[in-house]
Write a protein that binds this ligand. Structure first.
Ligand SMILES: C[S@@+](CC[C@H](N)C(=O)[O-])C[C@H]1O[C@@H](n2cnc3c(N)ncnc32)[C@H](O)[C@@H]1O
Length: 321
């Protein structure tokens, strides 16, 4: 299937989140060209001089160790991105299936020989029921609730359904039965309806200003602290929660450095030409995303200072029968 057909199918299947699908369509035009395949934080172990690639690999290893991934383990990677985690799953002799709403990511994963499927987790059918030892959600949860959902009071219902779906994916007879998510949480909670308004209504640099740019660029509304634990109900018990906010800060600063560096070289021209068809089709989202990343630096803002407005948590869960 061509990337264009895959994109049309993704938009049909996930018509309620075109911002998310488009955001990764644009990312996938320039992140890989800048040598960046991963869209989550690395783990720096408190050493900001650690090489970016090593930090990324260490994060993937941490995630897979937490779900006891060894030879033969069956892993469902929800929001698999460009497949780095699936690649490590394969290196361990385990079996990985990835799902994503991005046709570009499916195409890239398949070029790497990985089993990636264009599928919204909300639409996972019974063919995957009880097929896995563990579920990994390394960075997608932030996209599952939109500000409009939260404004309607729907967020808890969506997260409960998410846990129900992940629970259904796990084989009840598996000795592993683990879930891990890495998720950004709000520490300074915005009112959801504030993010539905134009960022220009807010003072430059204020929380609402940045949060509104983030929501309209990337599509999503983060959970509040404790919200996922509440919504897991009796399906999963949290075993461990580790703060990786500093890691995401270091990662995001490296992303920004590499993107600036690439834009100053010939790679910048190649990225521009490669992105042109997308830019022509989606001029508004292109401008919004570039403004959010390179001008307001809202992505980086959320992890900056000693008192950042968000927190990245890596959370390991045990399946409850
Ligand atoms: C922040 S990226 C993380 C990607 C990857 N796990 C990594 O570590 O690089 C979020 C991922 O979630 C996917 N995603 C977003 N909403 C989704 C949904 N409703 N169902 C499945 N995947 C989704 C995106 O396409 C993207 O692959």
């Amino acid at each position: 299937m061509s990337a264009a057909t895959l994109e049309r199918n993704a938009l049909d299947a996930a018509s309620h989140v075109p911002t998310v699908v488009n955001c990764y369509a644009l990312f996938d035009k320039f992140f890989p060209a800048c040598g960046l395949l991963d869209y989550t934080e690395g783990i720096y172990h408190g050493d900001s001089t650690l090489a970016y690639e090593q930090a990324q690999l260490d994060q993937i290893r941490y995630v897979l160790d937490e779900v006891r991934c060894t030879a033969g383990t069956r892993i469902l990677d929800v929001g698999c991105g460009n497949g780095s985690l699936l690649d490590e799953v394969r290196r361990r002799g385990a079996a990985g299936v990835g799902i994503t709403v991005s046709p570009e990511q499916v195409a890239l994963c398949r070029r790497r020989g990985l089993d990636a499927r264009l599928l919204d987790y909300k639409d996972i059918g019974c063919e995957l029921t009880h097929q896995f030892d563990a579920v990994v959600a390394n960075g997608p949860v932030e996209h599952f609730v939109q500000p409009s959902d939260a404004a309607k009071g729907d967020a808890d219902r969506i997260y409960s359904h998410m846990f129900e779906t992940f629970h259904r994916m796990i084989d009840p007879s598996s000795p592993v039965r683990r879930l891990i998510n890495t998720t950004i949480y709000f520490i300074r909670n915005p009112r959801p309806d504030a993010l539905l308004k134009s960022p220009w209504r807010y003072r430059w640099g204020s929380d609402n200003f940045h949060y509104a740019w983030l929501a309209r660029s990337f599509g999503g509304f983060y959970p509040a602290m404790g919200q996922l634990e509440r919504c897991a109900g009796s399906r999963f018990e949290m075993l461990k929660s580790v703060d990786g906010t500093v890691d995401y800060h270091l990662t995001s600063e490296e992303w920004l450095r590499r993107i600036h560096a690439a834009l100053r070289t010939r790679t910048g021209l190649a990225i521009f030409l490669n992105s042109l068809p997308f830019v022509v089709r989606h001029p508004r989202q292109t401008l919004t995303m570039l403004f959010t990343m390179l001008v307001t630096e809202s992505w980086n803002w959320q992890f900056r200072t000693d008192d950042p407005p968000t927190r990245l948590l890596r959370q390991t869960w045990r399946y409850c029968a």
